[in-house]
Design a protein around this ligand. Structure first.
Ligand code: SF4
Length: 311
């Protein structure tokens, strides 16, 4: 089996086939930064100049176009993710997803219900047939959903009606807790090689969400969070929400940052926060209640288009 770095170099070589003598702005996810020297050597060996962006990057939503232009870069090389589900930029970006091989033990899958919807992350997408085969060996009926993100689960929704449960194959529970489903959710953790029933966890996340919405209803002053990361940026939705809240007698402020953290907004004295950026920010503790924009709209009972959910 090829090593991870060899897989990466192969992926970069094929994605950048024919790219020589360019100024490249390289973006590497946190977990892969230890491979930076090898990757840069490879790209420089092909006659390119390489600048490495060391600001943390957690997803394909985060493409640093302004910085790339400032550097006079010809293109951004974004490692670890495929193209974001919504349009981020017209600036040249080469996405190089990294595949991580997995083993799935079919003996651990016998307890699953019959019709199993398969979900995974971009890192294991190439190996989805291995998951399917393991389920078949366990006597199940696999239905491939495909990739999900922490903020995007359309591939689960499209198969939900035809499955008895979902099986997420990956590490941890960040991605499966993005699911909003009545169906049981199982996680096959590829690092621990174990099957976990995550249904209660998914239900608890949903209950926490409704508890946050209830708190939002009674707040008087609101900080609206806007991220300048291109895939998360939603100033239109933030302004519309501010106008709507103020027409209802609340006071609203728009807080803008590239990275959104508790320490950047604490002390602002607002009763609660509404997040227009990465929807998983609300998983963190901000010291005051925090809801996503769509839930603020839900709480206001306003499902018309007066407050845009999307830019
Ligand atoms: S918006 Fe959040 S969950 Fe979605 S890709 Fe970006 S960092 Fe990940």
């Amino acid at each position: 089996m090829p090593s991870l770095i060899d897989e990466m170099i192969d992926g970069i070589a094929s994605a950048l086939d024919g790219v020589h003598g360019k100024r490249l702005f390289l973006q590497i996810p946190e977990g892969l930064k230890t491979y930076t020297k090898r990757i840069v050597s490879f790209l420089e060996g092909a006659g390119n100049d390489v600048f490495v962006y060391v600001t943390p990057c957690f997803g394909a939503c985060d493409i640093p176009v302004d910085e790339a232009k400032l550097l006079g870069a010809d293109m951004i090389v974004h490692l670890g993710h495929n193209k974001f589900y919504k349009h981020v930029t017209d600036f040249p970006v080469v996405y190089v997803p990294i595949s991580i091989p997995i083993d799935v033990d079919d003996k651990k899958l016998h307890s699953l219900p019959k019709r199993v919807g398969i979900l995974t992350t971009v890192q294991h997408l190439k190996y989805i047939d291995k998951i399917k085969d393991a389920l078949l060996r366990a006597g199940k009926q696999p239905i491939v959903g495909g990739q999900i993100l922490g903020c995007w689960t359309e591939n689960a929704k499209k198969i939900e009606h035809g499955v008895d449960c979902f099986l997420y194959v990956g590490s941890g529970t960040f991605h499966p807790t993005a699911l909003r489903t009545e169906k049981p959710v199982f996680v096959y953790d590829v690092e621990k090689n174990e099957l976990i029933d995550a249904s209660d966890l998914v239900r608890r996340e949903e209950m926490k969400r409704y508890a946050r919405i209830e708190k939002f209803r009674s707040c008087k002053s609101v900080g609206i969070l806007v991220s300048t990361k291109l895939g998360q940026f939603n100033i239109t939705g933030a302004i519309a929400l501010k106008n709507e809240l103020e027409s209802r007698g609340k006071k609203a402020f728009i807080f803008v940052s590239n990275i959104i953290k508790k320490e950047y907004v604490m002390g602002m004295g607002v009763d609660c926060l509404v997040n227009t950026a990465c929807p998983r920010i609300v998983d963190d503790d901000f010291g005051v209640p925090i809801v996503n924009l769509e839930d603020a709209i839900l709480a206001m009972g306003d499902e018309n288009e007066s407050v845009e959910k999307r830019r």
